[in-house]
Design a protein around this ligand. Sequence first.
Ligand SMILES: Cc1cc2nc3c(=O)[nH]c(=O)nc-3n(C[C@H](O)[C@H](O)[C@H](O)COP(=O)(O)OP(=O)(O)OC[C@H]3O[C@@H](n4cnc5c(N)ncnc54)[C@H](O)[C@@H]3O)c2cc1C
Length: 151
Amino acid sequence: MRRKEREIKDLATMEKIIGGSSVCRMGLCDGDRPYVVPMNFGYREGKVYMHCAPEGRKLDVIGKNPHVCLEFEADLQMKYAQEACDFTMYYKSVIAWGRAEVLKEPEEKARGMNVIMGHYTGKEYDFPAQALARIVVIRVDVDEMTGKQNG
Ligand SMILES: Cc1cc2nc3c(=O)[nH]c(=O)nc-3n(C[C@H](O)[C@H](O)[C@H](O)COP(=O)(O)OP(=O)(O)OC[C@H]3O[C@@H](n4cnc5c(N)ncnc54)[C@H](O)[C@@H]3O)c2cc1C
């Protein structure tokens, strides 16, 4: 990282930033054209869970290339100033890389859904089998993460 003083190396701090993020931006490799899609998510122990409809471009791309890059950010604040060059954005962010997998087993899907629901509500829910059958749950196993903060 060019600005070493902004680098976050501690995993717990990076996980806290992820915990404070409301959206995960998932970057995909669609042939020679990048595709970034914003998603709700949940994170637990190095795994990111997302859910979606059973069809669509991101699933098509993941089917061809499961390698993804995820971005999270928290504590955003614009610092206003008199001079344009003195403006800055305070932020904390994490970029992670990993492999996306579409979960097959209903129990795994329900666990993933509860990680997502837990992220936003702090609660666990029951998921009827028919509801689980209608959705796709994606799990990304993170293999690398970097963190950065300004301010
Ligand atoms: C804050 C936020 C949270 C979201 N959370 C979820 C979630 O948890 N689950 C979920 O399934 N979806 C979520 N969405 C919607 C998501 O971003 C996608 O629109 C959706 O998942 C469909 O993606 P797809 O690749 O299947 O696109 P398709 O439906 O196949 O769309 C095809 C084309 O539509 C365009 N497109 C798709 N999505 C967007 C977009 N968001 N903005 C602009 N253009 C777009 C692109 O050009 C894409 O090539 C969220 C969106 C936002 C902004």
